[in-house]
Structures are given as structure tokens and as C-alpha cells.
Design a protein around this ligand. Structure first.
Ligand SMILES: Nc1ncnc2c1ncn2[C@@H]1O[C@H](COP(=O)(O)OP(=O)(O)OP(=O)(O)O)[C@@H](O)[C@H]1O
Ligand SMILES: [Mg+2]
Length: 421
């Protein structure tokens, strides 16, 4: 087990509406990362997880990193990056191997399972045909089966004749990620690893009991909804719905004929995802633009426009979650995160659609800037740091600078003086 000592870890979440960078100090002696700084800037050049304008995306990433570095008083060289978009595919697969062989009788004597055996059987789970433009992002073990004993979580040192592994496998489109890599590298950063956004959000939001008893997590962003289904401590489905809470803002802008920025604040202040939660007598005033007279809009009418759209995106998320190889009736809860979860009444609507208790969750389990970052919109950025800690402690990550590691201001001054903008 690797001991982490004052190591700097950075999470970069490139969303459709905002880019968020969080810099944290991690130390194996304290279980929670300590946030040193963060940067949040409006997203540019990114739509639904894809780069649509490389220069604008680079600038936005650069600005967010700069902001976080200034606040943290450190210069970062690399980051973990969240990945989303409907190019993500997933499947559940299996691998199996004989632990010992007898030339006449087939399987031989039972023997203890070693680390290399686990690595090999996991390798076997990848034996599925992939198109040339697709690569594996994660292999997430669900359970191991030793001979006929199912439900083994850690087979190390247990004895058996045959080892099977059941895993959840996710893959990405290589062109999409190479464009994303270009923006990050142009912004002067190396990539420590790509992490599926929903998996990162789960690290920030889910309690152990939710992973064990089963839960569906939805990260409702502006352009996409990232879906992940846990059961029995394993991931049973991941998927991305190509819609998000941004479409609610668009609807409001069209209906009320107001600019998107105004529609956004109307949604936040007066919007409800469920008509039944509104008071028929409640109104808000809308400034008359361009000489038009002041209008009074009823919250009931507003909710009548919002509800069908939120219902549509939640139904799509439900259909995505239902692709899991477990029954959703067995799950404990539906956990809503991402900025879109903040629309009032979204949890109540999700409960009726998923037929399961729903709750809105902000990232947790970190120190410093708790008030500022305890917002569902930052689950992926915080989750990336928590994922990185788990990965590094498990020893699978490449080791990076450790030991007295707060590299004091140097780089950001360099960045500021370079003519990148
Ligand atoms: N207080 C609020 N009330 C209602 N909606 C909100 C609130 N705060 C944020 N949102 C909505 O959340 C969405 C942005 O969420 P988030 O920051 O998680 O998206 P993103 O990560 O940029 O996008 P994506 O994950 O789709 O790429 C926007 O549609 C915004 O309107
Ligand atoms: Mg997001």
C-alpha cells in the first residue's frame, strides 16, 4: 500500500456550462483531502463532453487552472480529468481461468490465488471485440467466483481450482479523447488519468451502504446526465444521456422570449419541476424588455412548462439505468447530483419516475472551502480527487511527486507572463 504524504492532486471537470478545477493536498494519515484552491469559469468550446472549439476550450481550461493555482499558491503540472459524452459505451463481461491443470483430469489441485492470477483473469474480461476507434476506460470488478463459490470481493490468498471474474467495462471513442487531451496539453497540463464522470461523482456522493444495497446516481449537468448503477459494492451499469438541465433554460427562454441568462435566473429563482408544488396565486414580475410592459408570470404556469421537460430527461435517465443487469426495485435510492439537481422539485419527480426514494446530494468528505464547494455542481471535480486517492493507495497509479510537495508559486507567474491568451 502506497503512503501518500502531502501530495498535490488536481481534478479537472470540463462541463458544458462550467469548467471546474479543484486542487487538493492529500495525505494517507488524514482520510479526507484538504482543498487548497479551486477555479470555476464558464465553459467555452465544449458541448456535451465534446470539444467543439479547441482554442476556446483551451483558454477556458487555462483560466480555470490559473484561478485555482493562484488561490492554492501552488503550480500544478498534471490533473485527473472527468470524461462524459454519448461516445461512452459500457457492458458487463466475464473472464475465467484455471488456476492449476492436471494433464489427465483437467483441473488440478486447488492452490492459493496470487495477485498475478487476479490481474490475468481481469485481463481475460477484456477479450471482447472493439472497433478500431474505441478503447477501454475502466474495468470495474463486480465479483469473483472461485470454483462454484460466487460473491467473492477479494480473492487474494483464497484457494481454488478455477477463478472467474465478472466486471463492468466502459470504453470511449479515441478521437473524442484525443481532442480533449489536446486542449489540456495546450493549457500546459499533463493528464494523470481520465475518469468516467459518473464514477467520479459516485466517489464524492455515495455512502458505502448505497453502493452495497444498491443505488442509481444521476449527475444532472447542463448538457448531459451521467448515470451509474451500483449494487452489491459493484458497478452494474454506466451510461450518458445526451440531454440535460440546459434544455429547461432554453424552453423558458423561448416561452417567455427572454435572453438565456435571464431564463437561467428565472429557472433558479422561480422554477419548479413539479406543478403540484407551486401556489396558483404566486407570481413573479418580469421586466418589460425593449419598451414592453412589465409582465406578471405565475409560478404555476412556469412549472407547467418545466415539468414535462424534466420528466422527459428523468425518463431517459430511468431507461438508461434500467439497462443494468439488476432489478432497480432492489435499489435503496436514487441519488441526484450535478447543478441540474438543484431545480426545486426534481427529487420529488425522480421519486415518482424511479419509484424509489430520491435525494439531492452535494460532494462530501473533504476539508476546507466546504461551504463554497458543497454544491452538487462540484461533485465530479471533488470526486476526481477522491478517485485519485483510492487509485494511488491501491498502488495502480503512476507515482508522482511526493514529500513536502507544495511547490510554491512559480508556474502561475510563468503562465501569466506567457502570451497564451
Ligand atoms: N440553483 C439552481 N437551480 C436550478 N438549476 C440550477 C441551479 N444551479 C445550477 N443549475 C443548473 O445546473 C446546470 C449546470 O449544472 P452543472 O454545473 O453540473 O453542469 P455541467 O457540468 O457544466 O454540464 P455537463 O455535465 O452536462 O457537461 C444548468 O442547467 C443550471 O441551470
Ligand atoms: Mg457535469
Amino acid at each position: 500500500m502506497i503512503k501518500l504524504k502531502n501530495q498535490i492532486v488536481t481534478g479537472l471537470d470540463i462541463g458544458s456550462s462550467k469548467i471546474c478545477v479543484v486542487i487538493a493536498e492529500v495525505d494517507s494519515d488524514s482520510s479526507e483531502p484538504i482543498i487548497k484552491g479551486y477555479g470555476i469559469v464558464p465553459s467555452k468550446g465544449i458541448k456535451k463532453g465534446l470539444v467543439v472549439d479547441i482554442d476556446n476550450a483551451t483558454k477556458a481550461i487555462f483560466n480555470a487552472v490559473n484561478e485555482a493555482e493562484k488561490m492554492a499558491g501552488v503550480s500544478i503540472e498534471s490533473c485527473y480529468v472527468g470524461v462524459s459524452g454519448d461516445h461512452i459505451r459500457s457492458m458487463n463481461t466475464r473472464g475465467m481461468m484455471a488456476l492449476s491443470r492436471d494433464s489427465r483430469a483437467g483441473l488440478g489441485e486447488a492452490r492459493p490465488i496470487e495477485k498475478e492470477d487476479i490481474e490475468r483473469v481481469i485481463e481475460h474480461t477484456k477479450a471482447v471485440p472493439f472497433p478500431i476507434d474505441r478503447q477501454i476506460l475502466h474495468i470495474l470488478p463486480q465479483e469473483f467466483i472461485i470454483d462454484d463459490q460466487a460473491g467473492v470481493k477479494n480473492p487474494l490468498n483464497l484457494s481454488g481450482r478455477r477463478l472467474d471474474a465478472k466486471v463492468h467495462l466502459t470504453s470511449y471513442n479515441t478521437t473524442v479523447l484525443s481532442n480533449l487531451s489536446k486542449c489540456i496539453q495546450n493549457a500546459d497540463l499533463e493528464i494523470d488519468g481520465f475518469v468516467l464522470s459518473s464514477l467520479a461523482a459516485a466517489y464524492a456522493c455515495l455512502e458505502e451502504s448505497e453502493k452495497t444495497m444498491g443505488s442509481v446516481l444521476l449527475d444532472i449537468g447542463s448538457g448531459t446526465i451521467d448515470v451509474i448503477v451500483f449494487y452489491d459494492e459493484g458497478v452494474h451499469h454506466t451510461g450518458v444521456v445526451n440531454m440535460g438541465a440546459g434544455s429547461v433554460t432554453n424552453d423558458i427562454a423561448y416561452m417567455l422570449r427572454v435572453p438565456l441568462e435571464q431564463a437561467e435566473s428565472i429557472k433558479r429563482e422561480h422554477g419548479f419541476a413539479k406543478v403540484s408544488l407551486t401556489d396558483k396565486e404566486a407570481f413573479f414580475k418580469l421586466d418589460g424588455l425593449g419598451g414592453r410592459t412589465l409582465r406578471e408570470i405565475s409560478l404555476y404556469d412556469l412549472a407547467e412548462w418545466i415539468e414535462p421537460r424534466v420528466e422527459e430527461i428523468l425518463r431517459e435517465s430511468f431507461l438508461e439505468a434500467k439497462k443494468a443487469d439488476i432489478s432497480l426495485t432492489n435499489t435503496l435510492s436514487v441519488v441526484l447530483t450535478g447543478g441540474g439537481a438543484l431545480l426545486k422539485g426534481t427529487d420529488e419527480l425522480a421519486e415518482t419516475i424511479f419509484n424509489t426514494p430520491a435525494k439531492i446530494v452535494a460532494p462530501r468528505g473533504f476539508q476546507e472551502y466546504v461551504t463554497e464547494l458543497s454544491n452538487p455542481a462540484f461533485s465530479v471535480a471533488i470526486g476526481l480527487i477522491k478517485y485519485a486517492i483510492a487509485e494511488q493507495i491501491n498502488g495502480s497509479a503512476r507515482k508522482k511527486s511526493s514529500g513536502g510537495a507544495l511547490r510554491k508559486i512559480r508556474g502561475w507567474i510563468k503562465h501569466l507572463t506567457e502570451n497564451v491568451m
